[in-house]
Unconditional design. Structure first.
Length: 80
């Protein structure tokens, strides 16, 4: 399972698709009900954090990895 975050209020049509692709956020940085989603899946399921390019542009690979790791730990610790 791959997770990311984003706003709840997406417009319809092509604009929604554009925003879903370009405006994704790291888990915990948006408004999606990730805790509810993560609590609904088996704890044994592999979960990875999607690292949206726009959210991390201009940062080094090490900074990107550190932010994704922190987002994953915070999201997964919310399970249960």
């Amino acid at each position: 399972m791959q997770i990311c975050d984003g706003p709840l209020d997406l417009p319809g049509g092509d604009e929604a698709v554009r925003r879903e692709v370009l405006e994704r956020l790291l888990p915990g940085e948006g408004e999606l009900p990730l805790r509810t989603l993560l609590n609904a899946v088996p704890a044994s399921l592999a979960v990875e954090v999607e690292v949206p390019e726009a959210a991390l542009s201009g940062r080094s690979i090490a900074e990107r990895a550190a932010r994704a790791y922190a987002a994953a730990i915070a999201s997964l610790s919310a399970m249960g």
